[in-house]
Write a protein that binds this ligand. Structure first.
Ligand code: TXA
Ligand code: MG
Length: 345
């Protein structure tokens, strides 16, 4: 199959809408990461998403809408969700609702809940409006690779497997949406993202819980609240290790670790804050953004992880950010890329 990569225009949006209505796949930009969309009410179209990505069938998809009027066909909406939708939609917040029978079980992997979000990216909004369908879309990467934040990343993974990629430039947020469960008692973040715990609490006026496995691996007998958490994710081919502790100790340890790798003949590098690029100049430093700006680090993270593969890195050592605000989403993704291997400096 030939894959078209087109800038967004009236013609390309209308082609996207035609393809989606015909049960085909379209990759499109959102404010978080690129998505791989199909008609959410067409089970066969939804199955082709799993095939193109090589995604396990038991990992459910998020349904994307452009208008709240689409909700009653898909799910029931609890009172508590309304102030959240008022505050954060359109935007990087996904909410779990109890599903209605119209939603195929292929979308929800047989779960009684369906995850829904309304993206704010103008190209996503225009495409959803043009096709008039609820669109099921996971991130548009091959399963197991870092999520795509550029159209070029989608092409890298899915060329020849899908008919169309709409190019909307780099994704602003850079990590996937916050997934919030309102269906099981205490509101719980299953996956942290651009809408932070602090932001949710200020609207809900109640404490929001975090799923246990956000900053550590699942235990062997632990049930994943969000099936996606079971899989190794966001991982480059290199063995990544996180280094935490006091700033000076971390810098010394990074230099020491890099030197040992170089002596052992392994291709290695460090991921560090902009502020430390100069001090770590002999350690093949990769700038992850300013230490005081977790949003900037989130924005760059997946592109940085992909570049490690292109450069053929074997081992990578990374600084860490405090797990607060958007820093929690950064540490969840970085932690999983490192399989939670951490050294205390
Ligand atoms: O920002 C995003 O959310 C992007 C863009 C394209 O919208 N999409 C995305 O989709 O990241 P995906 O499939 O890569 O991640 C969806 C996550 C998975 O961890 C999945 O297990 C979880 O949401 N999920 C979906 N439906 C669920 C449900 N009913 N119950 C629990 N978790 C669910
Ligand atoms: Mg994904």
């Amino acid at each position: 199959m030939k894959t078209l990569l087109l800038p967004s225009s009236e013609e390309s949006l209308s082609l996207a809408a035609d393809l989606l209505r015909a049960g085909e796949l379209v990759a499109f930009p959102t404010e978080t990461v690129y998505g791989l969309g199909a008609d959410a009410l067409n089970a066969k179209a939804v199955l082709s998403i799993f095939a193109a990505k090589g995604r396990p069938a038991d990992n459910p998809l998020i349904v994307h809408i452009h208008d709240r009027a689409q909700l009653p066909d898909l799910c029931t909406v609890p009172e508590a969700a309304i102030p959240l939708m008022d505050a954060f939609w359109p935007g990087p917040l996904t909410i779990l609702f109890n599903r209605k029978p119209a939603v195929p079980s292929e979308v929800t992997a047989g779960l009684p809940t369906v995850a829904v979000r309304m993206p704010s990216h103008p190209v996503a909004a225009a495409m959803l409006k043009a096709c008039g369908l609820p669109i099921a879309a996971p991130s548009a990467n091959s399963s197991g690779r870092p999520s795509p934040t550029l159209a070029a990343h989608v092409l890298e993974d899915l060329q020849g497997k899908i008919p169309l990629i709409l190019d909307g430039g780099p994704c602003e947020v850079g990590v996937e949406s916050t997934v919030l469960d309102l269906c099981h008692g205490v509101p719980t973040i299953l996956r942290p993202g651009g809408v932070t715990k602090e932001m949710l609490e200020s609207v809900l006026h109640t404490e929001v819980a975090l799923a246990g496995s956000i900053l550590r691996p699942l235990k062997p007998d632990e049930k994943a609240l969000s099936p996606g958490m079971r899989y190794k994710h966001y991982a480059p081919k290199a063995a990544v290790t996180l280094v935490e502790g006091e700033e000076e100790a971390v810098l010394a340890r990074l230099q020491d670790l890099y030197r040992r790798e170089a002596e052992a003949g392994r291709k290695s590098c460090v991921l560090c804050f902009s502020e430390h690029m100069d001090q770590l100049r002999d350690c093949r430093p990769h700038d992850i953004g300013s230490k005081d700006h977790a949003e900037e680090i989130a924005h760059r993270l997946f592109d940085t992880l992909r570049r490690l593969d292109e450069e053929g890195m074997e081992t990578v050592f990374s600084e860490v950010v405090p797990p607060e605000g958007v820093g929690l989403a950064v540490m969840n993704r970085l932690g999983r890329a490192a399989a939670f291997r951490t050294i205390k400096a």
